[in-house]
Design a protein around this ligand. Structure first.
Ligand code: NAD
Ligand code: ZN
Length: 265
C-alpha cells in the first residue's frame, strides 16, 4: 500500500490538473452509510421512495422516508480526513476540482471551493411551484410535507431524484474535467450509478491516469484504474496527504499540517 501511495503522490505532484471524483464511500467514516452493499439503504427501503413521480403523488410518505434517510442523522455528520485532505490539496493547488455524487455538503464543510454536485445537495430545499430555495435549517421538518412560506407549494430536497435530470452546471463541469485533467482521483464509488459513472471512463479515454481508493474493487478497478489503493478513504487520504504535503503551509488555519506529520517539522 505504501508503494501505491507514493506512486499516486508522484502522479498528483507532476499533474497539471487533478480532479477528484467522489461517491458515498468517502462519507462512510463520517457516519453516513452508502446506498449499496450489505448495510446499504436499499436493503431497508424501496428505491421508488426516491422517484420523482412517486414523491409528487405521495409527498407525505416520501417525505417521511426522506427525513429518516437524510435529515435525522446527516445533521450530525462532520467531514473526515478524506474531505479535509482534498480541501488542503486545493489550497496547495494540487487539486483543480471535485465532482461529487454525494449530497451531504461535507466537501464544502471541509473547506473545498471548486465542488460540483452531480446529484444536488440535501441542505437546500426548493419550492416546486415558485422555485424559491430554502436552507433546510430555516424549515421545520416537524410538519411533513414542508411547504413554501411564499406560495404554499410543496418543498422538495434539492437533490436529484430518480427520473430527474442532472444539474447543467455539474454536467458541464464534469465533461470539462474529463477533458482538461491528467489525473482523476476516484474515491469511494461503485461506478454503478448512471450517468455519473461515465465521467471516469471519459477521462480515461481523454488520456487521464486514474487513481482509485476504495475498500472493495469497483467497476473501474479491473478496467480503467491505473493505481488501486485498497483501504478506507479517510485513513488512505491521510497517508496520501502526508506524502503530498512535504512543506508546511504559510497559512495553516486549521492546524492541519500537524496532522500530516509534515516532513522537516
Ligand atoms: P455506493 O453506495 O454505490 O457505493 C459506495 C462505495 O464506497 C462502494 O464502492 C464501497 O466499496 C465504497 N466504500 C465503502 N466504505 C468505504 C470507505 N470507508 N472508504 C472508501 N470506500 C468505501 O455509492 P455511489 O457509487 O456514490 O452511489 C450512490 C449514490 O447515492 C450516489 O450517487 C449519491 O447520490 C447517493 N448517496 C449519497 C450519500 C452521501 O451524500 N453521503 C450517501 C449514500 C448515497
Ligand atoms: Zn413557493
Amino acid at each position: 500500500m505504501e508503494n501505491q501511495i507514493k506512486r499516486a503522490a508522484d502522479l498528483i505532484l507532476k499533474s497539471r490538473f487533478t480532479t477528484a471524483f467522489t461517491g458515498a464511500g468517502i462519507s462512510v467514516e463520517s457516519g453516513i452509510p452508502p446506498f449499496r452493499g450489505n448495510d446499504g439503504i436499499w436493503t431497508k427501503y424501496d428505491p421508488k421512495s426516491l422517484e420523482i413521480a412517486w414523491f409528487m403523488s405521495n409527498p407525505v410518505e416520501s417525505w417521511n422516508i426522506i427525513k429518516e434517510l437524510f435529515y435525522d442523522f446527516f445533521e450530525e455528520a462532520k467531514p473526515n480526513k478524506a474531505h479535509l485532505v482534498l480541501a488542503e490539496m486545493e489550497r496547495r493547488a494540487l487539486l483543480g476540482r471535485i465532482i461529487t455524487q454525494n449530497i451531504d455538503n461535507l466537501h464544502q464543510e471541509a473547506g473545498s471551493k471548486e465542488v460540483y454536485e452531480f446529484h444536488g445537495n440535501s441542505k437546500r430545499l426548493i419550492c416546486l411551484d415558485c422555485r424559491k430555495f430554502y436552507a433546510v435549517s430555516e424549515i421545520s421538518l416537524d410538519h411533513i410535507p414542508p411547504t413554501c412560506r411564499q406560495c404554499g407549494g410543496l418543498l422538495k430536497p434539492d437533490f436529484v431524484f430518480f427520473g430527474e435530470g442532472i444539474p447543467q452546471t455539474a454536467l458541464a463541469a464534469s465533461y470539462e474535467a474529463a477533458t482538461i485533467s491528467d489525473v482523476f482521483l476516484v474515491i469511494g464509488t461503485t461506478g454503478d450509478v448512471m450517468p455519473a459513472n461515465q465521467i471516469p471512463y471519459m477521462a480515461k479515454s481523454a488520456g487521464c491516469k486514474i487513481i482509485e481508493i476504495n475498500t472493495e474493487p469497483s467497476n473501474y478497478s479491473g478496467d480503467i484504474t491505473d493505481i488501486f489503493i485498497r483501504g478506507k478513504a479517510g485513513e488512505t487520504m491521510k497517508k496520501l496527504g502526508a506524502a503530498l504535503f512535504t512543506t508546511p503551509l504559510d497559512n495553516d488555519q486549521d492546524g492541519i499540517d500537524q496532522d500530516f506529520e509534515i516532513h522537516g517539522q
